[in-house]
Design a protein around this ligand. Sequence first.
Ligand code: ATP
Ligand code: MG
Length: 220
Amino acid sequence: MEIIFDKVTKNYGPINVFRDFDLKINQGDFIFITGPSGSGKSTLIKLILNQIKPNGGDIMVDGQAINKLKNKNEIDKIRRKIGVIFQDFQLINDLTIEENIALNLDIVKYPHSEVAPRIDKVVKMVKLQHRHFLFPSQLSGGELQRACLARALSIEPEVILADEPTGNLDPTNAWNLIKILQNINKKYKTTIIMTTHNTDFTESLDKKIIKLGKNENENT
Ligand SMILES: Nc1ncnc2c1ncn2[C@@H]1O[C@H](COP(=O)(O)OP(=O)(O)OP(=O)(O)O)[C@@H](O)[C@H]1O
Ligand SMILES: [Mg+2]
């Protein structure tokens, strides 16, 4: 999946976050998005998810301006190629890890007979094969984030969007997650777009880095 920001402008009322912002992301890229608090990292993720619309310009996914799509089926089709993980996990607390993943597969209408083997496979990919029957409250922070990653991976996404995924993890668990993301990127050519404040990652790993600046309104 190719993602292009073509002269994107995004305002929240009087606050300008992006102005004529250009970016090209190729299938298989591993990209870090950095920048100070308020610089627009989460906004960039939400624009790709089509959760918010730009005020100008287009977000092109495989040649289609997703911000202009009206047909719900077309929007869903693209959305289903994207897995997401967040700093605060966002698992459903009264479902077990495998039920959380199954629900996600159900939403994308994953073939019924393939649901159990798929869950099996993704929990192994994130090294949670002995934890999948537990509820979120029974897992550690590192395990919770790996569970979220398993849920994101379950739908065989072409792209994974990760908004501060290591924000609530200690350094060991954070590096663990990065290693799993790197493996997935290498093995399946899944695009990884990850926002982070952690300069250890950006300085020690040889990845593409997009640095967002403070938005203009802050200085006036
Ligand atoms: N729904 C909203 N309404 C109004 N302003 C918003 C909204 N969402 C974000 N903003 C503003 O847009 C700017 C960018 O926010 P965004 O959440 O993208 O920053 P960020 O880089 O992710 O910051 P952080 O590192 O703190 O997560 C901020 O100034 C924020 O206050
Ligand atoms: Mg943010």
